[in-house]
Design a protein around this ligand. Structure first.
Ligand code: ASP
Length: 535
């Protein structure tokens, strides 16, 4: 069999496996720290100073991570399992903390150097992550890791990571290049083809209903799983040092006002230029609707024009899609070369909970919906969608995958352009089952790991509702779910820094939840097509 002539999904599958093998081979692994560590606590001018020091080769004490100064309150929320301030504040001798199992890793991609440092305090793991720009910054902030970075710089591991990230990003750029014109032409053609506003209204209602029901099912599955597995109990506390937290302080109201602003562009041309999905969708829908009501001659000319525009964009997209195996290979290589096996071990129960919940949703709940609501064979549908699903998995971006999702749904699964052009672009922005489920699991995991935090039914309901809203607000780009998590954490009063502990494994979970996001959007097409046909 000539691998270059094989069906696209077979090619992508091989690319995925080969990329994973290459990446695993070039994974630089983690460095263990054997030396004695002094972890000291001081109380100075009303602040707790937390310093983690090691003796270097010359016998000097050097800071392993930058020292942090915290208020008494920050100290107690960030380090709930360290000795209470009152117990040592007045004593001459600050407490000694036993630190065991220490390891760290450095990964450089095309844009930055990622530092991840893990250790156990009093038997509990702690992870610090930070993104730095230059080797000099490592020498200044993490002097003990600088030597390792010097040898890493000239290694094949680094080259493979940088090259695969660069090639993967080029593929993603190509996909993004066609996304906006494809959405616009596809939506306008689709809506103009619907014929009237009433049919649009019915489709709109059914689509939103589908988004809501499936997202809530996903969240419920996630919450049940966390309560069953309880991955956070006795596990982890937030990292020390300069923990990177994603997401700013944003209120729910702010996010929703922002969404409404986003939905009605004051300048549609600017919206197109900035790639604001929601604005573009609203404008294109209205444009399509008013084509229908325009005079016969204009209507024909416009419909013809956008149909041709759409055909050309489809041709261009199909061409780029042939490059998908290369893009997927690059992304998989990058993903496996840059993730750490031991860090996964540290957060294994948490990751397992997310995986299992996603699996139940994608492999049990969605197929049931496909079979009984849409009347489709789930297996055949998944096969038709496989190029899109595998691309979503490797790129972790539903927006980026959109051109592939559209072509797979229309050309392989035979869904009409009217439905797919409406359900998919809107779904890529607001229907994210995987992300919604992930938000719920991650926040409840953090809550379980935070000692003394009450996990009542009320709290879980708040988590469910805010997780839904956060998933609606999240953009279809890598790590968007992590950014939006700030909203859910805030809603139940958990510290934002708590995210520090899960950032280290976010990429892998992002890949899985993005696949579920795209899968749910695609199933939505089959469901909406069936429901609107019968009405
Ligand atoms: N990466 C996801 C997506 O593109 C969003 C998320 O971070 O959850 O669908």
């Amino acid at each position: 069999m000539n691998p270059f002539k094989a069906a696209l999904h077979i090619q992508i599958f091989f690319a995925l496996v080969i990329g994973a093998v290459i990446g695993l081979f070039f994974n630089p692994g983690e460095e263990h720290l054997e030396k004695n560590l002094t972890f000291s606590l001081k109380y100075e001018q009303g602040k707790v100073v937390v310093a983690e020091k090691e003796v270097d080769e010359k016998g000097n004490e050097v800071l392993v991570v930058p020292e942090v100064r915290l208020s008494a309150k920050e100290y107690s929320t960030r380090y709930p399992n360290l000795p209470k301030l009152e117990s040592w504040k007045e004593t001459a001798k600050p407490p000694v903390i036993e630190v065991t199992k220490r390891h760290y890793r450095l990964i450089e991609d095309a844009k930055s150097i990622h530092v991840t440092y893990c250790r156990d305090y009093n038997g509990r793991p702690v992870i610090t992550t930070e993104n730095l720009k230059t080797g000099k910054e490592i020498a200044d902030k993490y002097p003990l890791f600088a030597k390792r970075y010097d040898s890493y710089r000239s290694s094949w591991s680094r080259r493979v990571t940088v090259i695969s990230k660069t090639v993967g990003d080029i593929f993603l750029r190509l996909l993004k290049m066609v996304t906006i014109p494809l959405i616009v032409s596809s939506l306008i053609t689709g809506i103009a083809g619907l014929g009237d506003a009433k049919r649009l209204g019915s489709m709109f209602g059914k689509t939103l209903g589908y988004y809501f029901v499936t997202s809530m099912l996903a969240i419920t599955t996630g919450i049940l799983m966390v309560n069953l597995i309880r991955p956070g109990v006795g596990a982890i506390l937030p990292g020390t040092g300069s923990v990177t937290t994603f997401g700013e302080q944003q209120s729910l109201g702010g996010v929703f006002l922002g969404m409404i602003d986003n939905m009605i562009p004051s300048n549609p041309v600017a919206a197109l230029a900035n790639g604001d999905f929601l604005s573009i969708i609203t404008f294109s829908i209205l444009f399509g609707l008013f084509i229908v009501t325009a005079a016969e001659e204009s209507r024909k000319r416009m419909t013809g024009f956008f149909q041709s525009f759409f055909d050309v964009m489809m041709g261009m997209t199909m061409f780029i899609i042939h490059l998908a195996p290369i893009g997927v290979l690059a992304f998989m290589t990058y993903a496996t070369a840059s993730q750490g096996p031991e860090i996964f071990g540290t957060l294994a129960w948490y990751m397992l909970t997310v995986f299992l919940a996603l699996l139940v949703h994608a492999a049990i709940i969605m197929p049931l919906i496909l079979k009984f609501v849409a009347g489709r064979s789930p297996w055949a549908y998944a096969k038709a969608l496989s190029p899109a699903l595998m691309t979503a998995f490797s790129t972790a971006s539903s927006n980026g995958t959109l051109p592939l999702t559209m072509t797979s749904v229309e050309k392989n699964a035979g869904v009409s352009n009217r439905v797919s052009s409406f359900v998919l672009p809107l779904g890529a922005t607001i229907n994210m089952d995987g992300t919604a489920l992930y938000e719920a699991v991650a926040v409840l995991f953090i809550a379980q790991a935070t000692t003394g935090f009450e996990l009542s039914l009320g709290t879980q309901i708040i988590v469910a509702i805010t997780a839904l809203l956060a998933s609606i607000g999240a953009a279809g780009i890598p790590h968007a779910g992590l950014v939006m998590m700030a909203i859910v954490l805030q809603a139940v009063g958990l510290p934002l820094e708590a995210q520090g502990i899960i950032i280290a494994v976010d990429r892998v979970l992002d890949m899985c939840r993005t696949t579920v996001n795209v899968w749910s959007d695609s199933c939505g097409c089959a469901v909406v097509e069936r429901l609107t046909k019968e009405s």
